[in-house]
Design a binder for this molecule. Structure first.
Ligand code: A3P
Length: 330
């Protein structure tokens, strides 16, 4: 008897699209994808078909509230970490950090506590009911600034933007997407996807356009957009957590500081702690990814173990050219 194939994980499904998405796709530039077969260029950025559908639905239906907090990241910049930090920060009165045994971060993957708009909520349902989210609502997205729903831009809601140096971002993305590929698909060679990344053809790429969109917005409107790099957070986590709390209007009180609240949040959200939580070691997201795929090394500079000297020069040069004059450096 033939063994039946296990069902495809949701992130590989490319069918059952809405009519709107099917109508749009033939008009879009396309390229071979890193995991899903095809990437489509919409509003200047690359998306697989299902993700594109989530983007369209979210743009059409999401209604921002003035108290919303939206974590925006480039893929593989530390989204999982910042989701955990923001969740612990914003909910510290409901879920105190003392006696941490029952904290939701110990029984839930951060992606379940802070859902992606276009990759979860608006992929599962074209117009989801968000009434169960308590105030302040905490969501996340990888959407470029240009593609954000208008109501987010016009509301008083706050955007926390996180990115990471492009060389580590690329290596992390290469490793992650290879984990998402089924055994029979084989893995992508470093060279093959490096060439794509350098042309801007990557999930929500071009990387440079993504970071520049939010960098420029953070300069114009620092009250609305908080711009943060993974490396900065790694280097001075306490400082940046305090700044985040101030930005979000929930500064740490003198008493909280004395109670080591800042250290408590950073401890529960640390790579060592989160990567060893049972659900993150063994669990799967409803979209099909193994939770442990979001935890690899958690280090700055791991690219040095993978990129050749030529690749390093090439990526540095592109980065320099693209970011020239912006004031942004990696
Ligand atoms: P590496 O692949 O370089 O190890 P994202 O969450 O945006 O998908 O990013 C994943 C990257 O963040 C991975 O980087 C992962 O190891 C790292 N990461 C996950 N949790 C982290 C944490 N708590 N602290 C620091 N880095 C973390």
């Amino acid at each position: 008897m033939q063994k039946s194939q296990p069902p495809k994980p949701n992130y590989l499904k490319e069918d059952e699209l809405t009519q709107e998405c099917m109508n749009l796709i033939p008009s879009l530039p396309k390229e071979k994808g890193w995991v899903a077969t095809t990437l489509y260029k919409y509003q200047g950025f690359w998306h697989p078909a299902k993700q594109l559908q989530g983007v369209l639905s979210c743009q059409k239906h999401f209604q921002a509230q003035d108290t919303d907090i939206l974590l925006v990241t480039t893929p593989k910049s530390g989204t999982t970490w910042l989701k955990a930090i923001l969740f612990a920060l914003v909910n510290r009165k409901i879920y105190p950090l003392t006696g941490q045994d029952h904290h939701p971060l110990l029984s839930n993957n951060p992606h379940m506590l802070v859902p992606f708009l276009e990759l979860k909520l608006y992929i599962e349902d074209e117009n989801p009911n968000l009434s169960s989210f308590t105030n302040p609502r905490l969501f996340s997205t990888h959407l470029p600034y240009k593609s954000l729903p208008n109501s987010i831009k016009s509301s008083q809601g706050k955007l926390v933007y996180l990115c990471r140096n492009p060389k580590d971002t690329f290596i992390s993305l290469w490793a992650f997407t290879n984990k998402l590929r089924l055994e029979e698909m084989g893995t992508n060679s470093l060279e093959e996807v490096f060439e794509k990344f350098c042309r801007g053809v990557s999930l929500y790429g071009p990387f440079w356009d993504h970071v520049l969109g939010y960098w420029e917005e953070s300069l114009k409107n620092p009250e609305k957009v908080f711009f943060l790099k993974y490396e900065e957070m790694k280097e001075q986590p306490e400082l940046h957590l305090k700044k985040l709390a101030d930005f979000l209007g929930c500064s740490f009180s003198f008493k909280e500081k004395k109670q080591n609240m800042i250290e408590g949040i950073l401890r529960i959200c640390s790579f060592d702690n989160l990567s060893n939580v049972e659900v993150n070691k063994e669990g799967k997201l409803p979209s099909g990814e193994d939770c442990n795929a979001f935890f690899r090394t958690g280090k700055v500079g791991d690219w040095k173990n993978y990129l050749s000297a030529e690749m390093e020069v090439c990526l540095d040069k592109i980065c320099e050219e693209k970011l020239y004059g912006s004031g942004l450096k990696f």
